[in-house]
Design a protein around this ligand. Structure first.
Ligand code: S3P
Length: 427
C-alpha cells in the first residue's frame, strides 16, 4: 500500500510481506459456543479477535440464560439455555439457523431477529427442517423474525436438504440430538464438517458417511476447553492478494486447516499459485497449522461448478478478483446461493468487477470474467464484509488501480483487524 492509502481508499502495494495471526474461525467459534452452552459447562472457549457475528451468538446465548464470563480472549460458559427470549442475531445467518436448531429440543420459546440484511434471508428452509421434527416454528413471510417453540423430545427424521448448506445441516443435527433415535441428514453436496467433527469429539454419537450425516439422540456434548483456530476464510484474503502480486511472500500462522475449508488452496494451486500448508497441532478435532503463499507466478483461468461451489462459497468474491487478473475467461456456475448471502453477492461482485474495469458478464448462478483495464472505482459493499475485503484485495494486488470502499467498517462482521493487517503486510 502506498502511503496515500487509507482504510477506505486502497492503492496497489509495492510488496506484500509478513506473518499474520488471524481472527478465530467464525464457523468453529459459533459451534464451540453453542455446543458449550448445550453441555451445561463449565466450558472454556478461547476466541481471538471475535467478529461481530460471533459476538451475536454470545449475546443470544446470554439472552436465553447461559452464563458467560469473559476474561480477555477466554469465555467461560456455564448453564444451559433456560429462558424464553427475543434474541438479536445481528448480521449472522449462522447464529440464527444454528441456534434455532439448538433451542428446538428445549422447552423454550425463542424469537430470532436480526438486522435488515438478515431479515431478508431465507428462513423457511430451517423452519421446515425443525417442523419435521415436531417443533412449532413461525417465520415472517419466510424470513426473520422467526419464533421457535421448542419441545422435548423431538422426532427422529430423515432430512434431505434442498441445498448443500452446513448451517441447515447443523440445525438438523442439533435438533436431532433431542430426538429419541437416529436423525439422518442428506446433503446434495459436500459441506464444511465442523459440526460432525466437534460433536463426535465431545462424545455425541454422530458420523458422516459420504453425503449423509447420522446423529443418535438423545445426546448432549461433554464440557470442554478449546482454543478456536485462525479463520481460513480470513486467510483467503491474503492467499489471493499474494497470489496476484508480483512480489509477495506471506505466512498465516495457527490457521484452521480442516480439509473441508481448504478448497481455495487447491483452486489457487490449479491456477498456478505456489502455496504450502503445514499441520502442526490439533485443537479439539480440528487440524491447525501454517499456510505460506508466494506471488510472482502467471495464473491460469479456471472454471468452478457443481459440488465444488459449496466448499468455496465464502471465497467466491475473492476468487472473482483472482479470475479478473487473468487474460483468459473464467466462469463460476451453480452458485445461486450467493444471491441469498449477506447481500446478493453475484450482483455486488459483478458490479464491482465492472467498476474496476474487468470484462464481466453476470449469469443467473454466477459470472464469466476476464482481465480488462485496471481502473479506480468506488465499491458499493451493501454492508457485506466479504465484498469489502475482496475489493480491497483487488486494489492491493493491482487488479484495480485504486478502490474506495463505501463502508470499510463492515469488515468487522468477520475480520475486525483487517485494515490493520493490510497496513502491516503492505508496509
Ligand atoms: C457457514 C456455512 C456457510 C457459510 C457461512 C458459515 C457455517 O453457509 O456461507 O459463512 O458456519 O455453517 P451455508 O452452509 O448456509 O452455505
Amino acid at each position: 500500500m502506498t502511503p496515500a492509502s487509507t482504510r477506505s481508499s486502497i492503492t496497489p502495494a509495492a510488496r506484500l510481506r509478513g506473518r499474520l495471526t488471524l481472527p478465530a474461525d467464525k464457523s468453529i467459534a459459533h459451534r464451540a459456543l453453542i455446543f458449550g452452552a448445550l453441555s451445561g459447562g463449565p466450558t472454556m472457549v478461547t476466541i481471538r479477535s471475535p467478529g461481530l457475528d460471533v459476538l451475536s451468538t454470545l449475546g443470544c446465548l446470554r439472552a436465553v440464560g447461559v452464563s458467560i464470563e469473559q476474561s480477555g480472549e477466554r469465555y467461560l460458559l456455564s448453564g444451559r439455555p433456560s429462558r424464553d427470549a427475543v434474541v438479536d442475531c445481528g448480521n449472522s445467518g449462522t447464529t440464527m439457523r444454528l441456534l434455532a436448531g439448538a433451542v428446538a429440543g428445549l422447552p423454550l420459546t425463542v424469537t430470532f431477529d436480526g438486522d435488515a440484511s438478515l431479515r431478508a434471508r431465507p428462513m423457511e428452509r430451517v423452519a421446515s427442517i425443525l417442523r419435521a421434527a415436531g417443533v412449532e416454528v413461525t417465520t415472517t413471510d419466510g424470513h426473520g423474525p422467526m419464533t421457535v417453540v421448542g419441545r422435548d423430545p423431538l422426532m427422529p427424521v430423515r432430512h434431505v436438504l434442498p441445498v448443500a448448506s452446513a448451517q441447515l445441516l447443523g440445525a438438523a443435527v442439533l435438533a436431532g440430538m433431542s430426538a429419541q433415535g437416529e436423525t439422518t441428514v442428506e446433503a446434495p453436496g459436500p459441506t464444511r464438517d465442523h459440526t460432525e467433527r466437534m460433536l463426535a469429539h465431545l462424545g455425541v454419537p454422530i458420523h458422516r458417511d459420504g453425503r449423509v450425516t447420522t446423529v443418535t439422540g438423545p445426546a448432549r456434548p461433554l464440557p470442554f476447553d478449546m482454543e478456536v483456530p485462525g479463520d481460513p476464510s480470513a486467510a483467503s484474503a491474503w492467499l489471493v492478494a499474494a497470489a496476484l502480486h508480483a512480489d509477495a511472500d506471506l505466512t498465516m500462522v495457527a490457521v484452521g486447516l480442516n480439509p473441508t475449508r481448504l478448497a481455495l488452496v487447491g483452486l489457487l494451486q490449479r491456477m498456478g499459485v505456489e502455496i504450502a500448508t503445514r499441520v502442526s497441532e490439533v485443537s479439539g478435532a480440528e487440524p491447525v497449522g501454517d499456510i505460506t503463499v508466494r506471488g510472482g507466478r502467471a495464473l491460469r483461468a479456471v472454471n468452478i461448478s457443481g459440488g465444488e461451489v459449496a466448499q468455496l462459497i465464502d471465497e467466491l468474491p475473492l476468487i472473482a478478483i483472482a479470475m479478473a487478473s487473468v487474460g483468459d475467461t473464467s466462469e463460476v456456475r451453480d452458485a445461486g446461493e450467493l444471491r441469498v448471502k449477506e447481500t446478493d453477492r453475484i450482483a455486488a461482485t459483478v458490479a464491482g468487477l465492472a467498476a474496476i474495469g474487468a470484462e464481466v458478464e453476470p449469469l443467473p448462478d454466477g459470472w464469466r470474467v476476464r482481465r480488462g483495464t485496471s481502473q479506480s472505482a468506488r465499491i458499493a459493499t451493501h454492508g457485506d464484509h466479504r465484498i469489502a475485503i475482496a475489493f480491497a484485495v483487488a486494489a492491493v494486488a493491482g487488479v484495480a488501480s485504486a478502490v474506495e470502499i463505501d463502508d470499510p467498517d463492515c469488515v468487522a462482521v468477520s475480520y475486525p483487524g483487517f485494515w490493520e493487517d493490510l497496513a502491516a503486510v503492505s508496509g
